[in-house]
Unconditional design. Structure first.
Length: 329
């Protein structure tokens, strides 16, 4: 860690406000495959058929995105006074300052979350290393759950840092070997915070109403707690020894074929580690809200901790997200 200091931190948030996920249409892919499988169907006709199905997908997805946007609008209005960007920047700064030996050159928010922009930032940096943290927050497709995610990557920049990481002193500029290729990162993390509304059910409209009730107190608390938990876990993960996932102690397959270790569990939620290193914190939102002062909707619960080794328990959470090939994607 010392060879990487000081560190320039870029926090990427490319969304302007809360959004809702939606189920993307895959009919086009299935239709295109069906076209290609028809005997005697020429290449040009198959391509045209596939293109037509792709256009259908795009149209369906656009309609679904618009519907999700309209549905979540009342909740966006409730969060107009909540500055996610500022709160997250302050929380990240405070959390990283608790990491022993961590020297922060700067912590800045960027709305341009692209590979090209990140590579320009990396190459122009004067720090010994650059840490990119990509953030996202949204509601699930059924509006039952708020999810806050933080994906962190540290890339050696200076000669000392690159030597310690056993990387070439000169930074690659060829398309076949991008500077921010995942294998060049000396640290990677994927942290997911999930808070399901205690009153959530199968009816999306009722779920939205539940989040909106009482001036969206539960939504604001979930967002604040998500910020606190995700940044604290990021700082703790930087100090943990990897790997901490132990397949031998993961007793439950949920979902089928994927095991997780229960790292810790408390009154406000449980923390799980998945095979790819991802950390999932499932919040007990009713307890988080109950622990806050009655008139305060912004006081986050105490952050969870990352244990040095996982315990023998496991629990149900969604499939961990796979890592991508560059920092910005």
């Amino acid at each position: 860690m010392s060879a990487l200091q000081p560190v320039e931190v870029k926090v990427g948030i490319n969304q302007p406000e809360l959004y809702a996920a939606f189920v993307r249409s895959t009919a086009g892919a299935s239709g295109a495959a069906a076209c290609a499988a028809v005997p005697g169907f020429g290449i040009l006709l198959a391509a045209a058929c596939g293109g037509a199905f792709g256009a259908v997908d795009a149209s369906v997805n656009a309609a679904r995105a618009k519907a999700a946007e309209e549905s979540v609008r009342p909740l966006k209005d409730e969060l107009v006074d909540v500055s996610f960007d500022q709160l997250m920047r302050e929380s990240i700064t405070q959390s990283l300052q608790t990491v022993p030996g961590m020297q922060l050159e700067s912590v800045a928010i960027t709305k341009t979350v692209t590979t090209d922009a990140y590579e320009k930032t990396f190459k122009a940096s004067k720090s010994n290393s650059v840490m990119f943290i990509n953030l996202d927050y949204h509601l699930s497709t059924d509006f039952s759950t708020l999810e806050v995610s933080a994906r962190g990557l540290i890339y050696p920049r200076g000669a000392t840092a690159r030597k310690a990481a056993k990387l070439p002193t000169s930074i690659s500029t060829t398309p076949s070997e991008p500077a921010l290729a995942l294998q060049n990162a000396t640290y990677r993390s994927n942290i997911i915070y999930r808070a399901k509304h205690p009153a959530a059910g199968d009816d999306a409209t009722k779920n939205i109403a539940a989040w909106k009730a009482d001036n969206a107190r539960f939504l604001k608390m979930a967002l604040q707690d998500g910020i606190a938990q995700s940044t604290a876990l990021l700082a703790a993960d930087l100090q943990s020894k990897h790997p901490v996932y132990a397949p031998a102690t993961a007793k439950v397959d949920v979902p089928p074929g994927l095991k997780a270790n229960l790292v810790s569990q408390g009154n406000t939620g449980k923390l799980l580690r998945y095979p790819d290193g991802s950390l999932y914190f499932d919040a007990a939102l009713a307890n988080v809200v109950a622990a806050a002062p009655p008139a305060v909707a912004a006081a986050p619960a105490a952050p969870a901790t990352v244990a040095a080794a996982d315990t023998a328990s496991a629990a149900a959470v969604p499939t961990a997200q796979p890592a991508t090939d560059t920092a910005a994607k």
